[in-house]
Design a binder for this molecule. Structure first.
Ligand SMILES: CC(C)[C@H](C(=O)O)[C@@H](O)C(=O)O
Ligand code: SF4
Length: 469
C-alpha cells in the first residue's frame, strides 16, 4: 500500500514529467491563461528566438486589466499605455494562433472568471497564468497558481513549468454559516487568523462542512484570496456541486469523455490519514460579516467591532506598520466600524464579480436608493455574467437604485484603467487587495462581501447586513 496522499500530492504527482534529486520537478501544464499585462515580453521572447506556442489549444488569451468599463469602450482606449498592451495581446494571439477574447467579444471578462465559464478550467488540471489570483481555479480541484513573465514564456514554449513541491496545509471550516455571512467573510477571517504570510510555502486545501455547502462561486471567492494569505495555491476537492457547474460548459468533456473524466475526478480527494504540515480549524457558526480597516488583507475586524489600537501591539515593527496603515486610511483607533462613512462602492473583480454575487447585491438593494453622498458602481466579471444578470433583470434593479452598471473588466480592483479612487476617497470594495494606492493614488479601500458593500452603498456607512431589512 502506498502512503496516503493529499489532493495536492495527487495532482502534483500526476503531472511530474521529470524529478531531479534536489526535488526540482518539471510539471506538465494542462491550461495556460494569458492576459495583456504579463504576456508582452513572453511573446517577444518567443519571437526573438524563433519559437512557437507549443499548444495553442491549451492556451486562452483575454484582455481584462486595461479595458475601460464605460459603455462607449468600443470607441477605443484613450490611455496610450493601456491601448498598447491591449493591441499587443490581440496581435500576439493572432500571430501565435492562440484563441483570444477581445473587449468586443461577449465572452470577454476577467481571466479568472472566463476560464471556469468556458469549461477551460477543469478538476485535476494544472493551470497557470501570469497573475497571482490564478489560485481562483483551485475551487475546481485544479492545481492553479500564478507565474512570472519569464515562466509565461517557458509555458508558452514548452507547456511545462519548473516547480518544487510546496507543503500541505489544511484549513477546515466546520459548521454552518449564519445568514448574511458569506464565503468572502470566511476567507477574510482565515487571512485575519493566519496573517498574510501564514500560507507561505504551502498549498492550502479548504475542507469542512461550511466549504462543502458553498456554491462554486463561493468556493472561487475562497480560493481566489489564498494568495493574500501567502499560499502558492488553494484547493477544494471536487464534488457534485463541481460536476454540476462544469457539465455542459463549452469546453467541458462531452459524452463518453465526460464519463471517463468523472471517474477520474472522483479520485481527487485527500486520502484518509494523509499528512498535512499545518492545520487550521475555524467554526463557521461564529463568523460575523467582516470589514478590513487597514492596508493589508489581514487587517480585518467584525462589522460589530471598532478600529483597533496599534498601541496595544507589543511588537514594535508591527505596531509602527499598523499605525501607518491607520494614518493612511484616515482612521482613528476606537471608531466603530458602522460609523465609517463611504464615498465610493465597488462591486466586482475576480473575487466577487460573478452572477451569484450580483444576485446577492440585487436582493439587498431592490427598491432602495444609493446614498446621495456615495458613487457606487457594479462591474460584472464577464460578458456572460452581464448577459445573465440582464436576463434576470438585475441591471434594472441596480440602475433604479442609482448604481452605475458597467462593462466587464478588472475595473477599480486595481488602478490600471479609468476606474479609480481620487486621493482620500473611501471605498467599500468586494475585491481582494487593500494595499496603499491599489484603487488609486491615496485611495482608501475596505474589503467586504458583496452584500455588505451593497448595504453600505445604500446607508452611506457600514451596516451589519444581519440587521438589514
Ligand atoms: C496585473 C497582475 C500581474 C496582478 C496579479 O498578478 O495579481 C493583478 O491581477 C493584481 O490583482 O494585482
Ligand atoms: S480583478 Fe483584480 S485581482 Fe482579479 S485579476 Fe483583475 S486586477 Fe487582479
Amino acid at each position: 500500500m502506498s502512503a496516503p496522499r493529499t489532493l495536492y500530492d495527487k495532482i502534483f504527482d500526476d503531472h511530474v514529467v521529470d524529478r531531479q534529486n534536489d526535488g526540482t520537478c518539471l510539471l506538465y501544464i494542462d491550461r495556460h491563461l494569458v492576459h495583456e499585462v504579463t504576456s508582452p515580453q513572453a511573446f517577444e521572447g518567443l519571437r526573438l528566438t524563433g519559437r512557437t506556442v507549443r499548444h495553442p489549444e491549451k492556451t486562452l488569451a483575454v484582455v481584462d486589466h486595461n479595458v475601460p468599463t464605460s459603455p462607449d469602450r468600443k470607441l477605443g482606449i484613450k490611455n496610450e499605455e493601456s491601448r498598447i498592451q491591449v493591441e499587443a495581446l490581440a496581435k500576439n494571439a493572432a500571430d501565435f494562433g492562440v484563441e483570444y477574447y477581445s473587449e468586443t467579444d461577449r465572452r470577454q471578462g476577467i481571466v479568472h472568471i472566463i476560464g471556469p465559464e468556458q469549461g477551460f478550467t477543469l478538476p485535476g488540471m494544472t493551470i497557470v497564468c501570469g497573475d497571482s489570483h490564478t489560485s481562483t481555479h483551485g475551487a475546481f480541484g485544479a492545481l492553479a497558481h500564478g507565474i512570472g513573465t519569464s515562466e509565461v514564456e517557458h509555458v508558452l514554449a514548452t507547456q511545462t513549468l519548473i516547480q518544487r513541491k510546496a507543503k500541505n496545509m489544511l484549513v477546515r471550516v466546520d459548521g454552518k454559516l449564519p445568514a448574511g455571512v458569506t464565503a468572502k467573510d470566511i476567507i477574510l477571517a482565515i487571512i485575519g487568523e493566519i496573517g498574510t504570510a501564514g500560507g507561505t510555502g504551502y498549498v492550502i486545501e479548504y475542507a469542512g462542512e461550511a466549504i462543502r455547502a458553498l456554491s462554486m462561486e463561493g468556493r472561487m471567492t475562497i480560493c481566489n484570496m489564498s494568495i493574500e494569505g501567502g499560499a502558492r495555491a488553494g484547493l477544494i476537492a471536487p464534488d457534485e456541486t463541481t460536476y454540476a457547474y462544469v457539465k455542459d460548459k463549452p469546453r467541458a468533456p462531452k459524452g463518453k469523455a465526460w464519463d471517463m473524466a468523472l471517474e477520474y475526478w472522483k479520485t481527487l480527494k485527500s486520502d484518509e490519514g494523509a499528512h498535512f504540515d499545518k492545520v487550521v480549524v475555524l467554526d463557521a457558526a461564529n463568523l460575523p460579516p467582516i470589514v478590513s480597516w487597514g492596508s493589508s488583507p489581514e487587517d480585518v475586524v467584525s462589522v460589530q467591532g471598532v478600529v483597533p489600537d496599534p498601541a496595544e501591539i507589543a511588537d514594535e515593527n508591527k505596531r509602527t506598520s499598523k499605525q501607518r496603515a491607520l494614518d493612511y486610511m484616515g482612521l482613528t483607533a476606537g471608531t466603530k466600524i458602522t460609523d465609517i462613512e463611504l464615498d465610493r462602492v465597488f462591486i466586482g473583480s475576480c473575487t466577487n464579480g460573478r452572477i451569484e454575487d450580483l444576485r446577492e447585491v440585487a436582493k439587498v438593494v431592490e427598491g432602495k436608493t444609493v446614498n446621495p453622498r456615495v458613487n457606487a458602481m457594479i462591474v460584472p466579471g464577464s460578458g456572460l455574467v452581464k448577459e445573465q444578470a440582464e436576463a434576470e433583470g438585475l441591471d434594472k434593479i441596480f440602475i433604479a437604485a442609482g448604481f452605475d452598471w458597467r462593462e466587464p473588466g478588472c475595473s477599480m480592483c486595481l488602478a490600471m484603467n479609468d476606474d479609480r479612487l481620487k486621493p482620500h476617497e473611501r471605498c467599500a470594495s468586494t475585491s481582494n487587495r487593500n494595499f496603499e494606492g491599489r484603487q488609486g493614488f491615496k485611495g482608501r479601500t475596505h474589503l467586504v462581501s458583496p452584500a455588505m458593500a451593497a448595504a453600505a452603498a445604500i446607508a452611506g456607512h457600514f451596516v451589519d447586513i444581519r440587521d438589514w431589512k
